[in-house]
Design a protein around this ligand. Structure first.
Ligand code: SAM
Length: 438
Protein backbone atom coordinates (compact mmCIF):
# COMPACT_ATOMS: atom_id res chain seq x y z
CA UNK A 1 0.00 0.00 0.00
CA UNK A 2 1.31 3.45 -0.81
CA UNK A 3 -1.19 5.56 1.14
CA UNK A 4 0.52 8.59 2.57
CA UNK A 5 -1.15 11.37 4.56
CA UNK A 6 -1.05 14.54 2.44
CA UNK A 7 0.64 17.58 3.96
CA UNK A 8 0.25 21.29 3.20
CA UNK A 9 3.03 23.46 4.68
CA UNK A 10 1.94 27.04 5.45
CA UNK A 11 4.70 29.65 6.01
CA UNK A 12 6.85 26.90 4.57
CA UNK A 13 10.15 28.78 4.32
CA UNK A 14 12.76 26.50 2.79
CA UNK A 15 10.74 23.52 4.00
CA UNK A 16 12.33 22.32 7.26
CA UNK A 17 9.05 20.94 8.58
CA UNK A 18 8.18 19.50 5.17
CA UNK A 19 11.54 17.73 4.94
CA UNK A 20 10.91 16.07 8.30
CA UNK A 21 7.39 14.99 7.40
CA UNK A 22 8.55 13.59 4.07
CA UNK A 23 11.24 11.52 5.81
CA UNK A 24 8.55 10.16 8.15
CA UNK A 25 6.46 8.83 5.26
CA UNK A 26 4.05 11.69 4.58
CA UNK A 27 3.41 13.17 1.15
CA UNK A 28 4.13 16.89 0.78
CA UNK A 29 1.55 18.34 -1.60
CA UNK A 30 2.20 22.07 -1.22
CA UNK A 31 4.03 24.88 0.49
CA UNK A 32 2.97 28.52 0.73
CA UNK A 33 5.23 31.44 1.62
CA UNK A 34 5.32 35.07 0.58
CA UNK A 35 9.10 35.20 0.15
CA UNK A 36 10.33 34.27 -3.34
CA UNK A 37 13.77 32.79 -2.43
CA UNK A 38 12.16 30.47 0.12
CA UNK A 39 9.52 29.32 -2.37
CA UNK A 40 12.28 28.70 -4.92
CA UNK A 41 14.16 26.54 -2.41
CA UNK A 42 10.97 24.70 -1.47
CA UNK A 43 10.02 24.04 -5.09
CA UNK A 44 13.50 22.75 -5.98
CA UNK A 45 13.66 20.37 -3.02
CA UNK A 46 10.03 19.20 -3.20
CA UNK A 47 9.42 18.61 -6.92
CA UNK A 48 6.47 16.41 -5.94
CA UNK A 49 4.70 19.42 -4.35
CA UNK A 50 3.37 22.80 -5.50
CA UNK A 51 5.32 25.78 -4.18
CA UNK A 52 3.07 28.84 -3.99
CA UNK A 53 4.34 32.38 -3.48
CA UNK A 54 1.49 34.22 -1.80
CA UNK A 55 0.61 36.39 1.18
CA UNK A 56 -1.17 34.20 3.72
CA UNK A 57 -3.15 37.17 5.02
CA UNK A 58 -5.06 36.97 1.75
CA UNK A 59 -5.01 33.34 0.62
CA UNK A 60 -8.38 31.55 0.72
CA UNK A 61 -9.19 27.85 0.68
CA UNK A 62 -10.42 28.28 -2.92
CA UNK A 63 -6.98 29.65 -3.89
CA UNK A 64 -5.37 26.54 -2.38
CA UNK A 65 -7.69 24.01 -4.01
CA UNK A 66 -7.25 25.78 -7.37
CA UNK A 67 -3.53 24.88 -7.20
CA UNK A 68 -3.53 21.62 -5.27
CA UNK A 69 -5.67 18.66 -6.29
CA UNK A 70 -7.12 16.28 -3.72
CA UNK A 71 -7.76 16.52 -0.03
CA UNK A 72 -5.33 17.87 2.52
CA UNK A 73 -4.89 15.63 5.54
CA UNK A 74 -2.45 17.68 7.59
CA UNK A 75 -1.61 21.36 7.78
CA UNK A 76 1.81 22.10 9.24
CA UNK A 77 3.54 25.40 10.01
CA UNK A 78 2.15 28.56 11.50
CA UNK A 79 2.42 32.32 11.61
CA UNK A 80 4.69 34.05 14.06
CA UNK A 81 2.53 34.98 17.03
CA UNK A 82 4.98 37.40 18.63
CA UNK A 83 2.92 40.41 17.68
CA UNK A 84 -0.47 39.09 18.76
CA UNK A 85 -2.91 41.45 20.33
CA UNK A 86 -3.86 39.69 23.54
CA UNK A 87 -6.98 41.59 24.47
CA UNK A 88 -9.50 38.97 23.45
CA UNK A 89 -8.61 39.22 19.80
CA UNK A 90 -8.21 35.65 18.66
CA UNK A 91 -11.19 33.51 19.53
CA UNK A 92 -14.68 34.06 18.22
CA UNK A 93 -16.23 33.63 21.67
CA UNK A 94 -14.15 36.44 23.17
CA UNK A 95 -14.57 38.70 20.16
CA UNK A 96 -12.24 38.03 17.30
CA UNK A 97 -10.51 41.25 16.33
CA UNK A 98 -9.59 40.88 12.69
CA UNK A 99 -9.25 44.64 12.26
CA UNK A 100 -6.03 44.41 14.28
CA UNK A 101 -3.37 43.73 11.62
CA UNK A 102 -1.33 41.74 14.14
CA UNK A 103 -4.12 39.17 14.36
CA UNK A 104 -4.83 39.00 10.66
CA UNK A 105 -2.30 36.28 9.84
CA UNK A 106 -3.49 34.00 12.62
CA UNK A 107 -7.20 34.53 11.94
CA UNK A 108 -6.81 33.88 8.24
CA UNK A 109 -4.88 30.73 9.17
CA UNK A 110 -7.81 29.58 11.32
CA UNK A 111 -10.19 30.30 8.42
CA UNK A 112 -8.01 28.28 6.06
CA UNK A 113 -7.98 25.34 8.47
CA UNK A 114 -11.75 25.57 8.94
CA UNK A 115 -12.36 25.50 5.18
CA UNK A 116 -9.74 22.93 4.18
CA UNK A 117 -10.67 20.61 7.08
CA UNK A 118 -7.39 18.74 7.56
CA UNK A 119 -7.60 15.89 10.08
CA UNK A 120 -4.41 17.06 11.86
CA UNK A 121 -2.56 20.31 12.56
CA UNK A 122 1.02 20.91 13.67
CA UNK A 123 1.40 24.60 14.44
CA UNK A 124 4.91 25.84 15.25
CA UNK A 125 5.94 28.86 17.26
CA UNK A 126 8.57 30.33 19.58
CA UNK A 127 8.66 28.93 23.16
CA UNK A 128 8.29 32.43 24.64
CA UNK A 129 4.70 32.44 23.38
CA UNK A 130 3.70 30.41 26.43
CA UNK A 131 4.79 33.35 28.59
CA UNK A 132 2.87 36.08 26.79
CA UNK A 133 0.21 37.51 29.02
CA UNK A 134 0.63 34.66 31.55
CA UNK A 135 -0.27 32.07 28.98
CA UNK A 136 -3.42 33.79 27.77
CA UNK A 137 -2.23 34.01 24.17
CA UNK A 138 -1.58 30.28 24.11
CA UNK A 139 -5.01 29.56 25.57
CA UNK A 140 -6.63 31.89 23.06
CA UNK A 141 -4.93 29.98 20.27
CA UNK A 142 -6.25 26.71 21.70
CA UNK A 143 -9.73 28.27 22.10
CA UNK A 144 -9.76 29.62 18.53
CA UNK A 145 -9.07 26.11 17.20
CA UNK A 146 -11.58 24.51 19.57
CA UNK A 147 -14.29 26.71 18.10
CA UNK A 148 -13.68 25.16 14.69
CA UNK A 149 -13.55 21.63 16.07
CA UNK A 150 -9.86 21.01 16.74
CA UNK A 151 -8.22 19.94 20.02
CA UNK A 152 -4.64 21.19 20.11
CA UNK A 153 -2.02 20.75 22.80
CA UNK A 154 1.15 22.81 23.19
CA UNK A 155 4.52 21.26 23.93
CA UNK A 156 8.05 22.65 23.96
CA UNK A 157 10.59 20.30 22.47
CA UNK A 158 14.38 20.57 22.55
CA UNK A 159 15.78 19.69 19.12
CA UNK A 160 18.89 18.07 20.64
CA UNK A 161 16.63 15.46 22.29
CA UNK A 162 15.76 14.15 18.84
CA UNK A 163 19.29 13.85 17.46
CA UNK A 164 19.70 17.43 16.17
CA UNK A 165 23.15 18.81 17.15
CA UNK A 166 21.62 22.01 18.49
CA UNK A 167 20.12 23.31 21.75
CA UNK A 168 17.12 24.86 19.99
CA UNK A 169 13.68 24.79 21.50
CA UNK A 170 10.44 25.24 19.69
CA UNK A 171 6.82 25.30 20.75
CA UNK A 172 4.37 23.12 18.84
CA UNK A 173 0.61 22.97 19.07
CA UNK A 174 -0.30 19.49 17.87
CA UNK A 175 -3.83 18.19 17.47
CA UNK A 176 -6.71 17.03 15.36
CA UNK A 177 -10.45 17.17 14.76
CA UNK A 178 -10.87 13.41 14.86
CA UNK A 179 -10.78 12.92 18.63
CA UNK A 180 -7.66 10.76 18.34
CA UNK A 181 -5.17 10.89 21.17
CA UNK A 182 -2.36 13.39 20.56
CA UNK A 183 1.10 11.95 20.84
CA UNK A 184 4.43 13.63 21.41
CA UNK A 185 7.72 11.96 20.49
CA UNK A 186 9.79 10.55 23.35
CA UNK A 187 13.36 11.88 23.35
CA UNK A 188 15.92 9.57 21.78
CA UNK A 189 18.92 11.63 22.94
CA UNK A 190 19.76 13.42 26.16
CA UNK A 191 22.31 14.77 28.54
CA UNK A 192 21.82 14.20 32.25
CA UNK A 193 23.97 17.28 33.00
CA UNK A 194 22.25 19.53 30.49
CA UNK A 195 21.12 22.24 32.83
CA UNK A 196 24.41 22.14 34.72
CA UNK A 197 26.45 22.53 31.54
CA UNK A 198 24.39 25.19 29.80
CA UNK A 199 22.59 28.39 30.59
CA UNK A 200 19.42 28.19 28.53
CA UNK A 201 16.58 30.69 28.73
CA UNK A 202 13.19 29.26 29.78
CA UNK A 203 14.81 26.16 31.27
CA UNK A 204 11.79 25.79 33.53
CA UNK A 205 9.49 25.52 30.53
CA UNK A 206 10.94 22.23 29.48
CA UNK A 207 11.57 19.20 31.60
CA UNK A 208 12.71 17.33 28.53
CA UNK A 209 16.38 17.08 27.67
CA UNK A 210 17.58 15.44 30.84
CA UNK A 211 17.91 12.00 29.44
CA UNK A 212 17.07 10.61 32.86
CA UNK A 213 13.71 8.99 32.29
CA UNK A 214 14.90 6.16 30.07
CA UNK A 215 17.93 5.07 28.12
CA UNK A 216 18.84 7.58 25.45
CA UNK A 217 21.91 8.32 23.33
CA UNK A 218 24.15 11.28 24.15
CA UNK A 219 23.26 14.55 22.42
CA UNK A 220 24.95 14.82 19.01
CA UNK A 221 27.95 17.20 19.17
CA UNK A 222 29.33 19.75 16.70
CA UNK A 223 32.18 17.39 15.81
CA UNK A 224 29.78 14.45 15.35
CA UNK A 225 27.86 16.65 12.93
CA UNK A 226 30.55 18.51 10.98
CA UNK A 227 34.05 17.03 11.35
CA UNK A 228 33.99 15.58 7.81
CA UNK A 229 33.50 18.97 6.12
CA UNK A 230 36.48 20.64 4.39
CA UNK A 231 38.58 23.18 6.27
CA UNK A 232 37.52 26.68 5.29
CA UNK A 233 38.96 30.17 5.83
CA UNK A 234 37.14 33.38 6.72
CA UNK A 235 35.36 34.74 3.63
CA UNK A 236 35.96 31.55 1.62
CA UNK A 237 33.40 29.54 -0.29
CA UNK A 238 33.55 25.92 -1.50
CA UNK A 239 30.92 24.35 -3.70
CA UNK A 240 30.88 20.89 -5.29
CA UNK A 241 34.08 19.79 -3.51
CA UNK A 242 34.96 16.43 -1.94
CA UNK A 243 34.35 15.66 1.72
CA UNK A 244 37.44 16.00 3.94
CA UNK A 245 37.10 12.49 5.35
CA UNK A 246 34.83 9.49 5.07
CA UNK A 247 31.65 9.77 7.13
CA UNK A 248 32.85 9.34 10.72
CA UNK A 249 29.53 9.16 12.60
CA UNK A 250 25.98 7.94 12.11
CA UNK A 251 24.91 11.59 11.88
CA UNK A 252 27.38 12.30 9.07
CA UNK A 253 26.20 9.20 7.21
CA UNK A 254 22.63 10.44 7.52
CA UNK A 255 23.52 13.93 6.30
CA UNK A 256 25.50 12.58 3.32
CA UNK A 257 22.73 10.32 2.02
CA UNK A 258 22.11 11.25 -1.62
CA UNK A 259 25.07 13.64 -1.77
CA UNK A 260 28.55 13.01 -3.18
CA UNK A 261 30.07 16.45 -2.67
CA UNK A 262 29.87 19.41 -0.30
CA UNK A 263 27.94 22.48 -1.49
CA UNK A 264 27.33 25.95 -0.11
CA UNK A 265 30.25 25.68 2.33
CA UNK A 266 30.48 29.48 2.52
CA UNK A 267 31.94 31.50 5.41
CA UNK A 268 31.47 35.24 5.94
CA UNK A 269 34.05 38.03 6.04
CA UNK A 270 34.44 39.22 9.61
CA UNK A 271 34.70 42.66 11.19
CA UNK A 272 37.75 43.26 13.43
CA UNK A 273 36.17 42.27 16.77
CA UNK A 274 34.64 39.06 15.40
CA UNK A 275 38.01 38.21 13.83
CA UNK A 276 39.85 38.80 17.10
CA UNK A 277 37.41 36.48 18.89
CA UNK A 278 37.63 33.84 16.16
CA UNK A 279 41.43 33.94 16.23
CA UNK A 280 42.03 33.97 19.98
CA UNK A 281 39.21 32.32 21.97
CA UNK A 282 39.37 28.70 23.12
CA UNK A 283 36.34 26.40 22.70
CA UNK A 284 33.62 27.37 25.17
CA UNK A 285 35.06 30.85 25.82
CA UNK A 286 33.01 34.00 25.12
CA UNK A 287 33.19 37.81 25.18
CA UNK A 288 34.25 37.77 28.83
CA UNK A 289 37.53 36.13 27.81
CA UNK A 290 38.47 39.02 25.52
CA UNK A 291 40.59 41.79 27.14
CA UNK A 292 38.17 44.52 28.24
CA UNK A 293 40.09 47.18 26.30
CA UNK A 294 39.45 45.33 23.04
CA UNK A 295 35.68 45.35 23.56
CA UNK A 296 33.43 48.14 22.31
CA UNK A 297 31.58 50.19 24.93
CA UNK A 298 28.27 48.34 24.47
CA UNK A 299 29.89 45.17 25.84
CA UNK A 300 31.21 47.02 28.88
CA UNK A 301 27.61 47.64 29.95
CA UNK A 302 26.71 43.94 29.96
CA UNK A 303 27.01 42.26 33.35
CA UNK A 304 29.77 39.67 33.23
CA UNK A 305 27.41 36.77 33.95
CA UNK A 306 24.87 37.80 31.27
CA UNK A 307 24.74 37.15 27.54
CA UNK A 308 27.06 34.17 27.87
CA UNK A 309 26.56 33.05 24.28
CA UNK A 310 27.78 36.31 22.69
CA UNK A 311 31.11 36.07 20.88
CA UNK A 312 31.27 32.46 21.97
CA UNK A 313 33.41 29.78 20.38
CA UNK A 314 31.50 26.51 20.09
CA UNK A 315 32.82 23.38 21.75
CA UNK A 316 33.49 20.44 19.44
CA UNK A 317 32.15 17.94 21.98
CA UNK A 318 28.77 19.59 22.58
CA UNK A 319 25.75 20.55 20.48
CA UNK A 320 25.60 24.08 19.04
CA UNK A 321 23.34 26.76 20.48
CA UNK A 322 20.35 28.06 18.53
CA UNK A 323 21.24 28.82 14.92
CA UNK A 324 19.63 32.18 14.13
CA UNK A 325 19.48 34.11 10.85
CA UNK A 326 22.70 35.92 11.87
CA UNK A 327 25.10 33.05 12.35
CA UNK A 328 27.70 34.98 10.33
CA UNK A 329 27.96 37.56 13.13
CA UNK A 330 30.00 36.39 16.13
CA UNK A 331 28.79 39.31 18.23
CA UNK A 332 25.17 38.10 18.10
CA UNK A 333 25.50 34.53 19.35
CA UNK A 334 27.58 31.36 19.66
CA UNK A 335 28.64 31.07 16.06
CA UNK A 336 32.44 30.74 16.04
CA UNK A 337 33.71 27.43 14.64
CA UNK A 338 35.33 25.29 17.37
CA UNK A 339 38.78 25.23 15.73
CA UNK A 340 38.79 27.34 12.55
CA UNK A 341 39.14 31.16 12.76
CA UNK A 342 35.72 32.09 11.34
CA UNK A 343 31.98 31.91 11.95
CA UNK A 344 29.85 28.99 10.76
CA UNK A 345 29.51 28.30 7.04
CA UNK A 346 26.10 27.95 5.41
CA UNK A 347 26.57 24.18 5.11
CA UNK A 348 27.63 23.80 8.73
CA UNK A 349 24.58 25.76 9.87
CA UNK A 350 22.38 23.63 7.61
CA UNK A 351 23.92 20.48 9.14
CA UNK A 352 23.42 21.82 12.67
CA UNK A 353 19.77 22.31 11.68
CA UNK A 354 19.77 18.69 10.33
CA UNK A 355 19.16 19.60 6.69
CA UNK A 356 20.79 16.85 4.60
CA UNK A 357 23.65 17.88 2.28
CA UNK A 358 21.55 17.19 -0.81
CA UNK A 359 19.24 20.02 0.29
CA UNK A 360 20.32 23.07 -1.76
CA UNK A 361 19.15 26.56 -0.81
CA UNK A 362 18.28 29.22 -3.41
CA UNK A 363 19.04 32.93 -3.17
CA UNK A 364 21.87 35.20 -2.04
CA UNK A 365 24.12 34.24 0.88
CA UNK A 366 22.09 36.42 3.21
CA UNK A 367 18.78 34.99 1.92
CA UNK A 368 20.09 31.44 2.41
CA UNK A 369 21.19 32.32 5.93
CA UNK A 370 17.67 33.50 6.71
CA UNK A 371 16.09 30.34 5.34
CA UNK A 372 18.42 28.14 7.39
CA UNK A 373 18.08 30.15 10.61
CA UNK A 374 14.27 30.32 10.33
CA UNK A 375 13.71 26.63 9.81
CA UNK A 376 12.37 23.97 12.09
CA UNK A 377 15.09 21.28 12.16
CA UNK A 378 13.90 18.50 9.84
CA UNK A 379 14.87 15.77 12.35
CA UNK A 380 12.71 17.42 15.02
CA UNK A 381 9.80 17.68 12.59
CA UNK A 382 10.38 14.04 11.64
CA UNK A 383 10.10 13.00 15.30
CA UNK A 384 6.76 14.80 15.60
CA UNK A 385 5.56 13.34 12.31
CA UNK A 386 6.52 9.81 13.33
CA UNK A 387 4.79 10.23 16.69
CA UNK A 388 1.43 11.12 15.08
CA UNK A 389 1.83 8.76 12.11
CA UNK A 390 -0.22 5.82 13.46
CA UNK A 391 -3.21 8.02 14.37
CA UNK A 392 -2.91 9.95 11.10
CA UNK A 393 -2.99 6.69 9.12
CA UNK A 394 -5.99 5.54 11.12
CA UNK A 395 -7.80 8.87 10.69
CA UNK A 396 -6.96 9.36 6.99
CA UNK A 397 -7.12 5.80 5.63
CA UNK A 398 -8.70 3.72 8.45
CA UNK A 399 -5.45 1.78 8.43
CA UNK A 400 -3.88 0.37 11.56
CA UNK A 401 -0.09 0.70 11.60
CA UNK A 402 2.32 -0.06 14.41
CA UNK A 403 4.07 2.89 16.08
CA UNK A 404 7.56 3.43 14.72
CA UNK A 405 8.91 5.25 17.78
CA UNK A 406 8.28 5.71 21.51
CA UNK A 407 5.54 8.21 22.17
CA UNK A 408 3.86 10.08 24.97
CA UNK A 409 0.09 9.75 24.49
CA UNK A 410 -2.16 12.56 25.74
CA UNK A 411 -5.95 12.69 25.87
CA UNK A 412 -6.97 15.84 23.97
CA UNK A 413 -9.82 16.68 26.38
CA UNK A 414 -7.92 18.80 28.91
CA UNK A 415 -8.85 21.86 30.92
CA UNK A 416 -7.12 25.20 30.29
CA UNK A 417 -4.98 24.80 33.41
CA UNK A 418 -3.87 21.35 32.27
CA UNK A 419 -3.03 22.68 28.83
CA UNK A 420 -0.59 25.26 30.12
CA UNK A 421 1.04 22.76 32.42
CA UNK A 422 1.47 20.36 29.51
CA UNK A 423 4.67 22.13 28.65
CA UNK A 424 6.23 19.66 31.04
CA UNK A 425 4.64 16.29 30.37
CA UNK A 426 5.94 13.31 32.25
CA UNK A 427 6.27 9.85 30.81
CA UNK A 428 3.06 8.03 31.72
CA UNK A 429 2.85 4.42 32.80
CA UNK A 430 1.44 2.20 30.05
CA UNK A 431 -2.29 2.67 29.65
CA UNK A 432 -2.51 5.47 32.22
CA UNK A 433 -3.46 8.98 31.03
CA UNK A 434 -0.49 11.33 30.99
CA UNK A 435 0.34 12.75 34.36
CA UNK A 436 0.70 16.51 34.27
CA UNK A 437 3.46 18.20 36.16
CA UNK A 438 2.99 21.65 37.73
C1 SAM B 1 9.89 30.82 10.64
S1 SAM B 1 9.78 30.84 8.89
C2 SAM B 1 9.13 29.25 8.55
C3 SAM B 1 10.14 28.16 8.52
C4 SAM B 1 9.59 26.83 8.06
N1 SAM B 1 8.51 26.35 8.89
C5 SAM B 1 10.70 25.78 8.03
O1 SAM B 1 10.67 24.85 8.81
O2 SAM B 1 11.61 25.91 7.18
C6 SAM B 1 8.42 31.87 8.61
C7 SAM B 1 8.09 32.09 7.16
O3 SAM B 1 6.86 32.83 7.08
C8 SAM B 1 6.90 33.59 5.92
N2 SAM B 1 5.88 34.65 6.01
C9 SAM B 1 5.85 35.70 6.85
N3 SAM B 1 4.74 36.45 6.62
C10 SAM B 1 4.06 35.81 5.63
C11 SAM B 1 2.82 36.07 4.97
N4 SAM B 1 2.09 37.15 5.26
N5 SAM B 1 2.41 35.21 4.02
C12 SAM B 1 3.14 34.13 3.70
N6 SAM B 1 4.32 33.83 4.30
C13 SAM B 1 4.77 34.66 5.25
C14 SAM B 1 8.33 34.11 5.86
O4 SAM B 1 8.69 34.46 4.53
C15 SAM B 1 9.11 32.90 6.39
O5 SAM B 1 9.64 32.14 5.34
Amino acid sequence: MTDKPRVLDLFSGAGGIAEGFRSAGFQIVGGIDSWAPAVETFSANFPEAVGIEADLRKVTAADVTAEIDGKIDIIVGGPSCQGFSTSGGLSRATGRDSSDPRNKLFLNYVDLVEDLEPSWIVFENVPGLLLYDQGRVALEIVAAFREIGYSLLPVILLAADYGVPQLRRRLFFIGNRTGSEVSFPEPTHGNANLWADYALPFAHLSRLGHGKSHDVAQHVSFADACSDLPILGEGESLDGVAYRTRAMTAYQRLMRKGSKTVGQHTAADLPALDRLAAQTLAPGQNWRDIPIDDLPDRFKKIRRYDATTLLKRLRPDAPAYTITTKFNEATTGAFIHPSQPRTLSLREAARLQSFPDRFAFSGSVSQVRHQIGNAVPPLLAQAIAEAIYPQAMQDCFARKVEPIRDRLMIQPSLTDGDILRLRAPRRPAAGVPAELVA
